[in-house]
Design a protein around this ligand. Sequence first.
Ligand code: NAD
Length: 494
Amino acid sequence: AAAAAAVEDPITPPVNVNFKQLLIDGKFVNAASGKTLPTLDPRTGDVIAHVAEGDAEDINRAVAAARKAFDEGPWPKMTAYERQRILLRFADLIEKHNDEIAALETWDNGKPYEQATKVEVPMMTRLIRYYAGWADKIHGLTAPADGPYHVETLHEPIGVVGQIIPWNFPLLMFAWKIGPALACGNTIVLKTSELTPLSALFVANLLHEAGLPPGVLNVISGFGPTAGAAIASHMDVDKVAFTGSTNTGKAILEMAAKSNLKSVTLELGGKSPFIVCEGADVDKAVELAHFALFFNQGQCCCAGSRTFVHESIYDEFVEKAKARALNRTVGDPFKGGIEQGPQIDTKQFKKIMKYIKSGVESGATLEAGGDRLGNKGYYIQPTVFSNVKDNMLIAKEEIFGPVQSILKFRDLDEVIRRANDTHYGLGAGVFTQNIDTAQTLTRALRVGSVWVNCFDIFDAAIPFGGYKMSGQGREKGIYSLSNYLQVKAVITSL
Ligand code: NAD
């Protein structure tokens, strides 16, 4: 039954693609090279649009525009209240165009339209309002000195900020990056993922409609090794904020070090544990663990991709997790009631299928799924493995797809050791009604977010980021502000 929807003729998206060029200095322009890149519909692999393909030369143009906007204003010289009002008008415009933006996002990315329109675009609006709220509340402190001095700190914008984002949450990653950077008064050169350039261009236009001065936000679509690398190694970019894979994060850090030592924040990959403890309500645990892994086609950096289940409930959990996966509605993401759309592209599709094969070959038990759905697009059956061992690739590496690995554990010390036995440290889920167990686990897990009896709660004020090789720094909440501010100490002799 799950296969049927995926092979139906795709629904025509209720939206036009109006913005396909680079946004530099407040204008939509072609790439200097004249090149374009195709962006594809993950439901079919067909081309949606040819979008300008920016490279190093366009990054130079964008950085020059951002530098001019920063040095000559009016942006950093505006009052914080004026910047706040622009951000608030922007939020109103996103709200007004909510469904149109969601349709572009679904078309380009393949995520369920209901998820985009009811959750992700409203979350973006909320986040922009949150940072608009901060714009006029950023200020320094006074500090005591051991002599006759008056000491004050000024919290100043860093300058020209480079931002590089991935394809799995194109709009939310855009918002997490630009919200705090603009609230703090920086100017921006942002590169979208070559796989999902559309929604950011649309909303960037709205931001200009809201009154953003030219050059403050420049949006470049283009590839990583060309446009992305040009940002990370640019001598006139003062900071780079990146979300994407751990390997690319390492490359960015290296480029920043070798150029101008620009400051870097990184939000990288993960292999997050979801721990179901002894005595848990199995039905509820199965549902939450299912959501933790399968949400967004399994393409979440913090996906609960190692489901650890206590031995006392393991067999029952596996049976129910299998039934839940078999029940998952997969199909055209524009259709109502669809929980899972296609994977983003053929490369990810093949990578996930390879991991499924490796799971079978390494001796895990394939409980559900394991195959593609239909014969076009990148649909994959919700897949569940049981009897997964820690040393199997499916338990060690980030799959970034709808593949749940269920592992068995005996006691808390053991599961803490195994859950932490990874280079990653992004998120973790804990499912228990026992407060002592919850407290023990939340403190012992070496990760940036622990969700207890919930998962993927991403309110604007909640910080997010990784321990270990899952990243450096935090986004959202007050924590993101320090990513975009310099602290200047002013010492005046009295
Ligand atoms: P990716 O690293 O391949 O690409 C991310 C971005 O970096 C894209 O815009 C890409 O064009 C650019 N890029 C690629 N090579 C580059 C280079 N050499 N120099 C500069 N830029 C370069 O990652 P992806 O496949 O787009 O995204 C999936 C990964 O992102 C997963 O590993 C996932 O865990 C991670 N992710 C992390 C978070 C988080 O907040 N921690 C959020 C979403 C995704």
